[in-house]
Write a protein of this length. Structure first.
Lengths: 117, 316
């Protein structure tokens, strides 16, 4: 493949970017002054990755990365896989103050975000 | 299209239907708004499909392909989609690049996935490094695009995220209430959220019933998107391939992460990080330092990593 076209003109690209951002974020309150740092937490195994749904039902006292959410109760059934890589190393950085940071929820979800099928 | 309706607690109503090769869902807080919300979403998706599909001969994108090497005037919607795709490529250092159209077609993904899977496996045919987004010429003043000869575009995930953002903003504005739109698990929300925010399940595959998700998180605005290598797969030669292309090799990405989910100030912002992290592979944790999006990464061995404040635990 041997492209012959010239690269975009920066000014045009900038205008276009501004336009799209306006269009797609019109209803969004932008985060301002957010101090963002990086924190990486290594958690225990993710049961859904290879162990399937059964793993979510195994008992563990550690923090959960997989939860079977039961909308008929106020809580959740949590558990972790038994591969031994449990435990959390803790935040090596910091948490983010970004306004788009998600929070844990005990509500019944309406949709699932995952690999698109 | 055979829509389904679910009444959810408390007073959340979801409407789902198949569109653009995936499941489209709109969730509203007043059941009386469901009808118009669904109609607006369907209209938006028809428009994005007609503008951006590389599978239908009558799409505007196919007209751009047919005129490759020449400057072409395009609709505002396609221009926006092209701009988002190139912006995404630029911000991810080329990890997510729209000029992978030929590469993914060479791997057999040149039609709806059901059709691709129904065919006999074809020999692998990776084409090598793609042309690169830098060679897509966009002129905002004239709203034109020029792509090099023999280059084809795949606007893929960025166009889907754009559609989610556009649709949710339009619906929320029309009904005057908080709205959630999900396109195959790429989620955008707008308007006042329900108490506690919009609860969204996270699971390896978006087809997982929400009540069976691995984790439940809530967002109040913006978007949440996930990318993975385990869902859109098909057989090529003697191997399974997936739909996320490494622009450097022209082949599908060697899986390192099973799933990457991210939030952002829009679905576009979330999607670009989630998809790029899949391409970056092991480098993702370093690359993500320059982004502010919150990210959850599930490695192939099952370990889960959190970046920028993704909640470690689900609520109990």
């Amino acid at each position: 493949m041997s492209p012959t076209a010239q690269p975009n003109r920066l000014a045009e690209r900038d205008r276009a970017k501004s336009r799209v951002r306006f269009l797609t974020r019109g209803a969004i309150v932008a985060a301002s002054g957010a101090t963002v740092a990086l924190g990486i937490v290594v958690a225990q195994d993710h049961p859904g990755a290879s162990a399937g749904r059964d793993a979510a039902n195994s008992n563990s006292s550690s923090s959960s990365t997989a939860v079977t959410h039961n909308s008929s109760s106020s809580g959740t059934n949590s558990g972790s896989s038994d591969s031994g890589t449990t435990g959390t190393t803790g935040n090596t950085g910091t948490s983010s103050s970004s306004s788009s940071t998600p929070s844990a929820s005990s509500s019944s979800p309406t949709v699932t975000s995952g690999a698109t099928s | 299209m055979s829509p389904t309706t679910d009444v959810l607690e408390p007073a959340l109503t979801a409407r789902s239907f198949r569109a653009i090769g995936t499941t489209a869902t709109v969730v509203v807080q007043d059941p009386g708004d469901a009808e118009v919300a669904e109609r607006l979403l369907a209209t938006e998706l028809m428009a994005i499909d007609l503008a951006c599909s590389r599978f239908r001969d009558d799409s505007e994108l196919q007209a751009v392909h047919a005129d490759a090497g020449r400057t072409v005037a395009v609709s505002p919607l396609l221009f926006d989609a092209l701009t988002v795709a190139c912006d995404t490529a630029e911000r991810t250092g080329g990890a997510v690049d729209p000029t992978v159209g030929n590469a993914i077609a060479a791997l057999g993904y040149d039609a709806d996935l059901d059709e691709v899977r129904a065919r006999p496996p074809v020999p692998p045919r990776a084409l090598g490094r793609v042309a690169g987004y830098q060679h897509v010429q966009l002129n905002a003043r004239n709203r034109t695009v020029r792509i090099p000869r023999d280059v084809r575009l795949d606007l893929g995930s960025s166009a889907k995220a754009l559609a989610a953002d556009r649709a949710v903003a339009r619906i929320a504005d029309r009904i005057g209430s908080g709205t959630l739109v999900s396109l195959g698990g790429d989620v955008a929300v707008a308007g006042p959220p329900p108490t506690g925010g919009w609860a969204i399940g996270v699971a390896l595959q978006s087809s997982t019933p929400p009540e069976e998700a691995d984790q439940v998180v809530a967002i109040r605005h913006g978007g949440l998107a996930s990318s993975g290598t385990s869902a859109r797969t098909w057989r090529v030669g003697d191997r399974d391939v997936h739909h996320i292309i490494n622009p450097q090799s022209g082949d599908c990405v060697e899986p390192y992460w099973d799933l990457v989910s991210a939030t952002g100030s829009s679905c576009i912002e979330a999607n670009l990080v989630a998809t790029a992290a899949i391409v970056w592979g092991e480098r993702a944790l370093d690359e993500l330092r320059r982004f502010e999006q919150s990210v959850r990464l599930v490695r192939l061995d099952g370990k889960v990593f959190f970046v920028n404040g993704w909640p470690e635990e689900c609520a109990a």
